[in-house]
Each structure stands twice: as C-alpha cells, then as structure tokens.
Design a protein around this ligand. Structure first.
Ligand code: MG
Length: 168
C-alpha cells in the first residue's frame, strides 16, 4: 500500500515529466527557428522520452490502484542566446529531475515501500545517463565555435537521433 504522501509525490513527478517534455519541445522550437534541424530533432526526441517517463509512472500508479490527476503547466523558457545556452538549461533541468527522483526514493525508503523503491531504480539509472549525456555535449559545444564545421557536423549527427519506446 502506497501512502498518501508518496502517491501524491509520484503523481507530481508524472506531471513534472510532462513539463520536461514541454521544456524540451520549446528548446526544439528555438533550434528550428535557428535553422538547426539536427539539434531540433535531438530535443524533439528528448521530449518523446520525457512523455515515455510520464507514461511509465502513469502505468505504475494505475497498477497500484492510485488515481492519476493532471495539473496545469508552467510556461517553459522559449528564448535562448545559443545552442550551448539551451543545453546548459537542459542540464540544469535534469539535475532538478534527479533531486526530485531522489526525494521520491527517500520517501519510498522511509515507508519501506519496496515495490516503489524497485520501480524508482530505473529512473535513478536513467538520470545518470541523462546528466552524463548533457554534460558531454556541453563540453563538446564549449570546445567548438558556433559557426565552425564541427558545429554543423554535430547538427547533422543529431538529425539521426531517434526514439524507440521500450515496453512500459
Ligand atoms: Mg525524465
């Protein structure tokens, strides 16, 4: 049995994952506006991943007999000074997601809610991947000029990123 505090926190996280999709789609739109279609594709795919994260929690709450409720969303940041600025914003966003997942995990551990502890392990591993990915891209972007061939090669490289949804 999941207590009320934990079920509310899981439902909040579901909504925050949907907000993450919103954040990344806004970045994709910024990149499209700059005619950087590869970077735009990267963030469109990222937005798809976030919706998948939300659906993973949606399914879990349903499986545990908890009624999901959706909340309104804040307006995401739509303006960036550069692609690097956008990636730095994304990285900070992922660090906030990690803090929230850790808080959820703390709540589950305090309540010895073992199924939820197990469920959250996937998200903890996922956050290690997300943070590492953004950190690596930021380091690369810092080393190259935004009008260089290397920058446009990165844009082309990211045009190939796709999202294949795993089983929920
Ligand atoms: Mg996520």
């Amino acid at each position: 049995m999941i207590n009320e505090t934990l079920s509310k926190a899981l439902n909040d996280q579901l909504n925050y994952e949907l907000f993450s999709a919103h954040v990344y789609l806004a970045i994709a739109a910024y990149c499209s506006g700059e005619s950087l279609d590869g970077f735009a594709n990267f963030f469109t795919v990222q937005a798809e991943e976030e919706k998948f994260h939300a659906m993973k929690i949606y399914k879990y709450l349903n499986d545990r007999g908890i009624r999901v409720t959706l909340a309104g969303m804040d307006t995401p940041n739509n303006e960036y000074s550069s692609v690097l600025d956008a990636y730095e914003h994304a990285y900070e966003h992922e660090k906030e997601v990690t803090r929230r997942i850790y808080h959820l995990s703390d709540l589950a551990m305090n309540d010895r809610e073992h199924a939820t502890i197990q469920f959250l392990k996937w998200f903890i591993d996922e956050q290690v991947e997300e943070e590492s990915m953004f950190d690596t891209i930021i380091n690369k972007l810092k080393r190259i000029d935004k009008d260089s061939n290397a920058f446009f090669m990165m844009d082309s490289e990211f045009a190939a990123r796709t999202f294949t949804p795993p089983a929920l």
